[in-house]
Write a protein that binds this ligand. Structure first.
Ligand code: MG
Length: 400
């Protein structure tokens, strides 16, 4: 087989749903043969573009597009310092594009290339919130009517939206929340939904690392009677050791990891069986290559996958999630946020949701394309985002 070489590596920025997305396109020496990968770091999109175009394009030019493992290691080590979110996302963009190219060359969808399907489709969870318990209950019911059996419930979003706060004079602007009120309301929410709908429905919840570590232990214990499918991100990556205390005190299933960048943030949680679901954001850890290794590592310890799947993953990244979901024996659940019409036009071939399951298409590679002309009509906004400026009632900045 003659060598297919990398000729051009570019970052394409687009925001068809109003969220900055970064997609890497790798063009090869074979006319018309290219791959796409997700490099979406929505709040540092220019930095990722710079790494891709100013550093990776010259680094990779002329190299064999088939040597995915070697090129991943090359990109990871090239800057000497590694495991940061900007570089990891840039690596992911190239890594996914190389898998896409390999699938196209083999004329196989990625799930086939990686060993074939473990299941016909991936079960998803949807997100239901609202201002009142009744509104949340109605939103849960809407998903049930659509055939969804796993629903994440939140009262007023992450951390809740308190109607009044006891703030000091001259408290700075920010997204304020009250952790104790949020905890009390979350228990009320589960009492309400379980009381109304019973236990024939899987419920999930995300704390978004917005409570103190000891409160995470309390919340996990208090939620135990409601039999969650999982409780998500009760602790930040910096406070992972507290999972030992959570685990020793209750059996609420734990999911963690959408903020992880570095294998040292997750390895001890897996080998000590301190979490039940690994929830990394695949582009954030460097793409399909490390994600497949991580899934296999988790399988040895009975930990299941629940890849992060919010709106700030491009449809190319969602397609990568789904291919892995189909292949990995220890798949747990897939977060699904859905695609706006404009995003589906910019990215032809998006995975499809039907009756609570999402299906990859059977085209070679990732099976998804990018209409660059249309993408250019939805420019990204470069700005200092506000939603991450979360504060406690006294004005202290807290992890978002
Ligand atoms: Mg989350």
């Amino acid at each position: 087989m003659s060598k297919v070489t990398i000729q051009k590596v570019r970052a394409i920025l687009t925001a068809p749903a109003g969220i900055n997305l970064i997609v890497v396109k790798v063009e090869t020496s074979v006319p018309g043969l290219y791959g796409l990968g997700c490099a979406t770091f929505a709040y540092r999109e220019q930095a990722v573009k710079c790494v891709v175009e100013d550093y990776f394009d010259p680094l990779l030019h002329g190299r064999d597009a088939g040597d995915i493992e070697d090129l991943w290691q090359l990109m990871n080590n090239n800057s000497y310092w590694r495991n940061g979110p900007v570089t990891n996302n840039a690596i992911s963009g190239v890594d996914m594009a190389l898998w896409d190219i390999k699938g196209k060359l083999a004329n196989m969808p990625l799930y086939e290339l990686m060993g074939g399907k473990s299941r016909a489709a991936a079960a998803v969870y949807r997100h239901a919130d609202g201002k009142t318990l009744e509104e949340i209950g109605e939103n849960v019911q809407k998903f049930r009517d659509e055939g969804v059996e796993h629903v994440r419930i939140q009262w007023g979003g992450y951390g809740g939206k308190p109607e009044s706060l006891h703030r000091p004079d001259a408290a700075p602007d920010g997204i304020y929340y009250d952790p104790k009120l949020y905890m009390r309301n979350t228990i009320k929410l589960f009492e309400y939904v379980r009381g109304k709908m019973g236990y024939d429905l899987e419920l999930l919840h995300d704390s978004h690392e917005r409570i103190a570590p000891i409160d995470a232990v309390v919340l996990a214990k208090e939620l135990e009677p409601f039999r969650l499918f999982f409780l998500e991100d009760i602790l930040s990556p910096e406070q992972g050791d507290w999972f030992r205390m959570v685990r020793s005190q209750c059996s609420t299933p734990i999911a963690n990891g959408e903020l992880y960048n570095n294998p040292k943030e997750w390895d001890f949680l897996i080998t000590n069986r301190l979490i039940d679901f690994i929830r990394v954001h695949i582009s954030q850890i460097g793409g399909i290559t490390p994600a497949r290794k991580l899934a296999i590592f988790c399988e040895q310890f009975g930990v299941r996958t629940a890849w992060h799947g919010p709106g700030d993953v491009s449809p190319v990244g969602h397609a990568a999630n789904i291919h892995l979901d189909l292949v990995c024996h220890n798949f747990g659940i897939q977060e699904w946020s859905g695609f706006k019409e404009a995003a589906q036009e910019v990215f032809p071939g998006c995975p499809e949701l039907r009756r609570g399951y999402v299906y990859a298409n059977d085209k070679p590679g990732l099976g998804i394309d990018l209409n660059e002309e249309l993408a250019a009509k939805y420019p990204c906004k470069t700005e200092a985002t506000r939603w991450t400026q979360t504060r406690l009632p006294d004005g202290t900045l807290y992890t978002p």
